[in-house]
Design a protein around this ligand. Structure first.
Ligand SMILES: Nc1ncnc2c1ncn2[C@@H]1O[C@H](COP(=O)(O)OP(=O)(O)O)[C@@H](O)[C@H]1O
Ligand SMILES: [Mg+2]
Length: 138
């Protein structure tokens, strides 16, 4: 089952200082035609030099950056022009761990405890079922 589909994704930013009065606007092509699929249970590592667009791609997938062209489908649902309900669902089911992990994760908790805590606070999973869910069983 494909959880995430990214098709020909492009993100462009107007270059600083360009396009005075909208003329001769210069664009930074941060993400230029990226296509990838991630299945349930699969992990994808993206490697590239600094400034090659890795963070912008992640942010665009999560709707934290505008998409210039292409498509993002989550669970088969097109999020590219997602309405507020789709975006709310996306926010609920995805998470970004930003570059400074100490700002995003509690270093005193294990990854298992961190996942447990999220499910406990969200109350979407019955308490007795949380350990199985954290273990990736259910
Ligand atoms: N909000 C923004 N406005 C303008 N340019 C940006 C913005 N965010 C990123 N960029 C540019 O997009 C390119 C890709 O950056 P980024 O995605 O942060 O790369 P990486 O995460 O691979 O280091 C860089 O040239 C960066 O300067
Ligand atoms: Mg980055």
């Amino acid at each position: 089952m494909t959880l995430l589909q990214v098709k020909d994704l492009e993100v462009r930013f107007a270059a600083a200082g360009s396009g005075l009065l909208g003329l001769n606007k210069q664009w930074v092509r941060a993400v230029n035609g990226v296509t990838l699929n991630i299945a349930a249970g699969e992990t994808l590592g993206l490697v590239g030099e600094s400034g090659s667009g890795k963070s912008t791609l992640g942010r665009a997938i999560l709707h934290l950056n505008p998409i210039s062209a292409g498509q993002v489908l989550v669970d088969g649902i097109d999020m590219t022009h997602g309405g507020p309900i789709d975006i709310a669902r996306l926010r609920h089911e995805t998470a970004m761990i930003f570059q400074d992990p100490y700002a995003a994760l509690n270093p005193r908790l294990t990854i298992g405890e961190t996942l447990f805590e999220v499910l406990r606070v969200q109350r979407k999973v019955a308490p007795e079922l949380i350990p199985r869910r954290v273990g990736g069983v259910a």
